[in-house]
Design a protein. Structure first.
Lengths: 137, 376
């Protein structure tokens, strides 16, 4: 898919979030890690909310997660999602702790349930952006 | 240093007013705010120039509002148009009155979201949700309700009790936007929006304005209506886990419990003393989370608790007797606080709770607030 035809919202990539999106292009999922107290967090913040250190790095994580919840959108809040409704957005908890908003890699998984083990996949939606999605592990 | 508890019964609501609710494309925020203000002023019998404190919420400019009303207050404050801000505003006004920063505070809320087609969703420029198509406070509550269903066995049928009760109350309220009765079957067959939630789990979007006038209990004695006292308040925010806005994995249970306990202890009342509950209902699941956090039932038991009409007038815990945000008006908590005052005054006509002496307000959000009003 090219940027001309991709009409869903794209991330604003800034200094703080760039490592996440760079890793995603290489099919690696990452979260921010405090080099001082090792607290992991996502989305990224300018300082660690536990110890306020500004010494932070990005840690590539396993890509394993469990399903926390999901919602089926029957309304398109952006025109780009019009052809997809109804579509699922899900919330996953990474094995390493942080939670992330995502989608299932394909249709709603058979036997979908909270606590379902998942693993990450990536889809390149533009040359600059690969989106992490999750599929049953 | 004084304790907040020392403010028990020290501050009173002396005037309330609101506009009609609906779709008013030709009236500005300030026009609506002025109507509500006039109505509240006339309710308490004050001269408008006695107002020396002005708090506005969702009003674009405090200065323009003051100019429109011809006021020169000693104390002015503006807070954003978030539902959580109504309870926060009332507590701020209490503090201003207690310290003498103002003698009579007018709190004005305006909303023109209906006629100006405000969208709730699709505009929260979050690079960490939007690319995946996730947006809107409703979707965050749908995520939470799905978790509540899985964890506690709560059903959408149980959830329908909330919408059905509030609609029933709206039918007894002449100013309510919604006029048609609904059943649990209607709730089940309504258009899905963010499944498991459907249209009847969502609050309305309508125009309108509300004004409340507060002063000290001492000064309140001289005014037109019997004062309604603020007997207890409680507060707890939850910013640490708020990366996904309007979402909490634990349904803000600890925060609601904390805010509720503070309010009950300050007021010196218990659940059994509460004659009516005014519960922020942006989405129907919030009501279940609030009942559990406040301790009207055990954690995870709200689905069973609301079954059989518990929240309806005449039953165990009459809740949102004006129809709430689901069926009366989307005044972001302000309408519910006005209803609390009117219930205690005995002004509610067909929807009046008998012998109403104690009413609790709760808004369960990342900034949870509870207020307990009494006759004193």
């Amino acid at each position: 898919m090219t940027t001309q035809t991709y009409d869903k919202p794209l991330p604003i990539i800034d200094e703080l979030s760039k490592p996440f999106w760079d890793h995603a292009l290489e099919h690696r999922l990452s979260v921010q890690a405090c080099t001082h107290c090792r607290h992991l967090q996502f989305p990224p913040s300018p300082v660690c909310p536990k110890c306020l250190s500004d010494e932070q790095e990005w840690l590539v994580v396993s890509g394993h997660a469990t399903l926390l919840s999901w919602v089926k959108f029957h309304r398109a809040y952006w025109d780009g999602f019009m052809q997809d409704i109804p579509y699922d957005a899900c919330l996953v908890q990474l094995k390493e702790g942080p939670i992330m908003v995502s989608n299932f890699s394909g249709p709603t998984p058979a036997n979908v349930h909270i606590g379902m083990p998942l693993k990450v996949t990536f889809e390149h939606v533009t040359p600059e952006v690969a989106l992490s999605r999750f599929t049953p592990a | 240093m004084s304790e907040l508890h020392a403010l028990k019964n020290k501050i009173a609501v002396v005037g309330v007013g609101h506009t009609a609710y609906g779709d008013f494309p030709l009236i500005s925020d300030y026009g609506l705010g002025a109507q509500a203000f006039k109505s509240a002023i006339s309710d308490c019998g004050l001269e408008k120039n006695e107002i020396d404190g002005l708090l506005v919420c969702r009003v674009p400019s405090y200065a323009r509002m003051g100019e429109v009303l011809g006021l020169n207050p000693r104390w002015t404050m503006t807070l954003p148009g978030h539902g959580r801000m109504s309870g926060m505003s009332i507590i701020e006004a209490m503090l201003a009155l207690e310290t003498g920063a103002a003698k009579y505070v007018a709190l004005i809320y305006t909303n023109i979201g209906r006629s100006r087609r405000v969208n709730y969703g699709g505009e929260d420029a979050s690079s960490f949700w939007n690319p995946w198509g996730f947006t809107s406070p409703g979707a965050a509550h749908a995520m939470m309700f799905r978790m509540h269903m899985a964890k506690y066995g709560t059903t959408t049928r149980q959830l329908s009790e909330v919408s059905v009760a509030f609609r029933k109350h709206a039918l007894l309220n002449p100013t309510a936007v919604m006029k048609k009765p609904i059943t649990s079957d209607d709730h089940a067959s309504a258009r899905r929006i963010t499944e498991p939630l459907g249209l009847l789990d969502y609050c309305l979007i309508n125009d309108g304005a509300v004004c409340m006038i507060l002063t000290t209990a001492e000064r309140a004695k001289d005014l037109a209506k019997p004062p309604v006292l603020i007997s207890g308040v409680g507060a707890r925010d939850a910013f640490e886990r708020s990366a996904i806005s309007n979402f909490d994995q634990d349904f803000w249970y600890k925060e609601i419990k904390d805010a509720g306990t503070q309010a009950f202890e300050m007021a010196g009342v218990t659940h059994d003393d509460v004659d009516a509950l005014m519960c922020y209902d942006n989405f129907s699941p919030t009501v279940l989370f609030s009942l559990e956090g406040l301790g009207y039932c055990g954690q995870g038991e709200a689905g069973a608790y609301v079954q059989g009409g518990t929240l309806q007038l005449g039953n165990k815990l009459p809740t949102n007797t004006d129809g709430g945000h689901l069926s009366n008006s989307y005044m972001q908590g302000w309408g519910l606080n006005v209803e609390a005052v009117r219930q205690i005054r005995g002004e509610c006509g067909a929807r009046q709770v008998a012998d109403c002496n104690v009413v609790q307000y709760i808004a369960s959000t990342p900034c949870t607030r509870s207020i307990i009003y009494t006759k004193g």
